[in-house]
Design a protein around this ligand. Sequence first.
Ligand code: SAH
Length: 254
Amino acid sequence: MPDFPAGEVWLAGAGPGDPRLLTVLALHAIGQADDIVYDALVDRRVLDLRRDGAELISAGKRGGRPSSQQGDINDVLIERARAGRRVLRLKGGDPFVFGRGWDEASALTEAGIRFRIIPGLTAGLAGAALAGIPATSRDTNHAVVLAAGHRAEDGGSAADWAALAKLGQPIVLYMPMSQLAEITASLQLGGLSSDTPAALIQSAATDQERVVDSTLGNLVDDAARHGIGSPSIVVIGATAGLRRHLLGSMVRWR
Ligand code: SAH
C-alpha cells in the first residue's frame, strides 16, 4: 500500500454503504488519514474504521447544496493539507460520478496541492447489481445511461429525456425523486412505453435497503405507495425486468 504523505488530499469513493464494498485502497486510506472530510451519504460503519484520533469533518447536508458551500469544502481541504494533515475526502459511491469530485480535484490542482483519486463502487451500478439488475446483459442492451434526475444547483431537470428515450437503452437515475413525475412523463412522450420495466432501489447496501419493482408508467405511484425517499436510484429499461429470473437462487447480501 502507498504511504499517505502529510499534506496530500486523497479523494476517495466509499461505495454505496456496506464497508465490505470499500476498495482495499480506500480502507487503507481511512486507516491512515488525520482528517476525514465526509459527505452525508457515507455510511457510519465506514467512518467507524478510522484510526484513533482521526478528526471527522462533515461536509454538509445532502442534496441541493448551494455552490458557495462547495467553495467552503474546497477551502477546508486546501487549508488542512497546507497545515500538513493527511486529508481524506470521502464521498459516497464513486467520487467522479455526480459527486463534485472533479470540482474538488481541479480546486486542489489550482492550489498546487498533491492529491490522489481512489475510485469507489457507484450506487447506480453496485446498488442495482445487489438487487439482481445487471448493468448490461447480452440479451437486453449494449449501453447504459447514468443520468442525474435533477441539477444540484437549482433542482431543475438536467437531461434531454426525449433523446434518452429514443436511445432505447436502460437509464439509471441518480437523485431521481424530486423530478420523477416530470422525467417519467418526458420519457413516455419521447416514445418509451409505459410498460417498460423499472425498479426503485432505496438505501442500497444498508440495513434500510428496499427494492420495489415497477414500470415506467407506475413509478410515481409505486414510489409514493411504498414511501420511497432519498437516497434512491431508479432503473428504467429491460435490465430492470431481469432480476425476477434470479430471485429463486440469489443469496441476499446481508
Ligand atoms: N457519487 C455517488 C453519487 C452521488 S449523487 C455515487 O457514485 O454513487 C447522490 C445520489 O446517489 C443519491 O441521490 C442517490 O441517487 C444515489 N445514491 C448514493 N448512495 C446510494 C445508496 N446507498 N442507495 C441508493 N442510492 C444511492
